[in-house]
Design a protein around this ligand. Structure first.
Ligand SMILES: Cc1cc2nc3c(=O)[nH]c(=O)nc-3n(C[C@H](O)[C@H](O)[C@H](O)COP(=O)(O)O)c2cc1C
Length: 478
């Protein structure tokens, strides 16, 4: 029961991001204008069309929002055009602004039991971004801009588990609506009644227990799919500094010339290293064959033995290891290979897991739309004329590494990606097959295609393979 002095409940409003306008178009529908583009969003009832201008300040987006308004907001959100503000009234200052980080995010005011304790996720963090204070988490699909000091104070109270009744005692309690949004956004969670004091195991997902904070943040922020920040070769600092030189200036000390010592002709392996180059254009008439894929995977990634680790004289619990042709820290061998196949002679277009134990490809049923999106992302990353014949995604079973290693588990995974990438490059070079590493993949797309949570087995590297247009190698067939 609210007392007379209680502030009115805060309400959620959806509004357009700065610089975007929504206008009625000639076809009787609504169009958004942004970045010099005009995108039509379909037809809506006369009352929605008449309210197009209200989207600049915000239209109510509560549980009882008009169904047509909700649909329009959903469509705008798919283009990343909306944010949500929490305020006591349309003209009141913002308490928080929610910036979606994933396109299918829509805020929900989940029900909160007044007696249920809530606490901050150990993955949540606050930082200054420009002149804003933002609250984020690699688990969350949205970022929360904190616009009122009362919100920041309440977040500080939530470092320990407290229920809503306790939080209400604070003089400037910003409202249960805020708690509901933060709980929905996985910034807060409700620990079980018998939760451990450290709360590490209590976040409701056993697969998170082995993750260190910085590792999960690094994984989600250095890939695409779970944030809305600009990425890629943007030359964002080119106006601030000259490009660093390609070759390091020499140290001033005495130099020992090695050229006179290194006179033997290059070995076959050294020649192979010199021959390796990236290939981005592939021969559409002569795609790579299934036999070539089999030889490449067998040579670079097949399990070659099964052993117990560590050795008897080492310390630590024993576990089984499955070595492959490349090295792996702690013999973790956490990397799995998934093939998105567009054109491969003898293998149907589709998505496959390489079962490195059986040396077999296993078809994974997935949406054609997602398969096309994954191949097109790689085409875009290479600036290539067409989609790759085969795109190999390296996915890490993170727990194989973090079960043992703390502090540098994710860094170790990325080192393994580099090791396997070069192994695949060299195997492809030897076979006269084209290959090109891809710098960044979409971890959300991979999660959708496999049904695996991004923090359980996630995409950490990609490499394209196929027959290059310049290649005069004879296709290998069965
Ligand atoms: C980790 C890594 C990521 C890369 N990402 C991309 C990429 O996204 N797109 C691309 O066209 N090439 C990519 N490359 C290929 C490099 O551009 C290429 O290796 C470099 O220009 C040297 O050329 P070379 O491989 O032909 O010797 C990547 C290479 C590495 C090792």
């Amino acid at each position: 029961m609210l007392s007379d002095s209680s502030p009115p409940p805060a309400r959620l409003f959806a509004r357009l991001n700065p610089g975007i306008t929504l206008e009625p178009n000639a076809a009787g529908g609504l169009s958004a204008i942004f970045d010099g583009r005009t995108v039509a969003f379909g037809k809506f009832g006369a009352d929605v069309t008449a309210r197009a201008a209200d989207f600049e300040t915000g239209v109510a987006f509560d549980g009882d929002a008009d169904a047509e308004i909700s649909e329009l907001v959903r469509r705008l959100a798919l283009y990343g055009l909306v944010e949500y503000r929490l305020a006591r009234a349309p003209g009141d200052p913002d308490l928080i602004v929610i910036e979606p980080q994933m396109r299918d995010y829509a805020p929900r005011m989940v029900e909160i039991d007044e007696d249920r304790a809530l606490t901050l996720s150990r993955f949540a963090y606050m930082r200054r971004r420009g002149a804003d204070l933002v609250l984020e988490s690699p688990r969350a699909s949205a970022l929360f801009r904190l616009c009122d000091p009362s919100v920041t104070a309440m977040i500080a109270h939530l470092s320990a588990a407290r229920n809503v009744r306790e939080l209400r005692e604070s003089a400037d309690f910003p409202g249960v609506e805020l708690l509901a949004l933060l709980l929905d956004g996985q910034i807060l969670f409700a620990p079980g009644r018998d939760a451990d004091q450290g709360l590490r195991a209590a976040e409701g997902d056993g697969d998170l227990v082995l993750w260190d904070f910085h590792d999960l943040l690094f994984h989600t922020r250095s890939t695409n799919g779970r944030h809305a920040n600009p990425t890629g070769g943007l030359y964002a600092h080119a106006h601030l500094a000259a490009p660093p030189p390609a070759i390091r200036p020499s140290w001033p000390g005495p130099a020992i010339d090695l050229t006179t010592l290194d006179t033997a002709p290059p070995s076959a392996f050294a020649s192979l290293l010199r021959r390796r180059r990236s290939t981005r254009a592939f021969d559409e008439r002569r795609p790579i064959t299934l036999a070539e894929v089999a030889r490449l995977l067998g040579g670079a990634a097949r399990i070659i033995s099964r052993e117990r680790s560590p050795d008897e004289d080492e310390e630590g619990p024993e576990l089984e290891v499955a070595p492959r042709p490349y090295p792996s820290g702690g013999a973790s061998y956490e990397l799995e290979l998934y093939l998105a196949v567009d054109r491969c002679e003898g293998l149907a277009r589709g998505f496959y897991h390489y079962d490195a134990n059986r040396h077999a490809l296993v078809l994974i049923e997935t949406s054609e739309h997602w398969l096309a999106a994954m191949l097109e992302d790689a085409q875009f990353a290479m600036g290539a004329p067409g989609v790759p014949q085969v795109l190999v995604t390296m996915a890490a079973r993170f727990s194989r590494v973090s079960w043992k290693y703390s502090g540098f588990a994710y860094a170790l995974v990325l080192k393994h990606v580099g090791v396997l990438m070069q192994t695949l490059y060299l195997m492809a070079t030897e076979m006269e097959i084209g290959a090109c590493a891809i710098g960044v993949g979409d971890i959300d797309l991979f999660a959708k295609m496999t049904g695996l949570a991004f923090h359980v087995e996630g995409s950490v590297g990609q490499i394209v393979i196929g027959r290059g247009v310049q290649s005069d190698s004879t296709p290998v067939a069965d």
